[in-house]
Write a protein that binds this ligand. Structure first.
Ligand code: CMP
Length: 139
């Protein structure tokens, strides 16, 4: 089925001017960027977005990192977009990411791993609504 997923190009990638190279991976992988904006998150906003990870030992570090430079938030659309995007990104830890994936090519560490993607339909809907209103998404 055609799905939508929320993607974030993270601070380690925007800092290295990799937005275009990462977007090319999404497009070559069959996904369409149907909404996109570059924003700077506050630490509080990052904390709200990642609230499910509140109890994890890396939560504070994650929120510091995500608010350390601009991010590009985007909605990707396509056939099985949630799973497809996860394939294009590769494993969370770049050491485990398959060759050719975004994280294999660009990620610096498990924390500074260049991209975020929603992991399921319910979280995709929540995460899209966190950043975008309906009028901003143009399929
Ligand atoms: P993401 O898909 O954005 O979802 C949660 C993020 O937490 C994850 O990608 C990583 O960037 C980060 N993360 C996961 N495990 C660790 C870890 N062990 N240390 C630091 N950050 C982590």
């Amino acid at each position: 089925a055609i799905e939508r997923t929320l993607s974030i190009i993270k601070p380690d990638a925007t800092r290295r001017n990799l937005t275009g190279k990462i977007n090319a991976k999404f497009e070559e992988g069959g996904l369409r960027i149907v909404a996109q904006k570059r924003i700077r998150l506050t630490k509080e906003q990052a904390g709200q977005f990642y609230a499910v990870h509140k109890e994890r030992p890396f939560y504070d570090e994650l929120c510091e990192f995500m608010s350390s430079a601009p991010v590009v938030v985007q909605v990707l659309e396509g056939e099985n977009a949630i799973a497809r995007n996860r394939e294009i990104m590769g494993a969370t830890n770049p050491a485990d990411a398959a060759p050719g994936t975004i994280r294999a090519e660009f990620a610096e560490s498990v924390g500074e791993n260049s991209v975020h993607g929603s992991d399921a339909p319910e979280t995709a809907a929540q995460e899209i609504a966190f950043f975008f209103s309906g009028i901003e998404i143009v399929g």
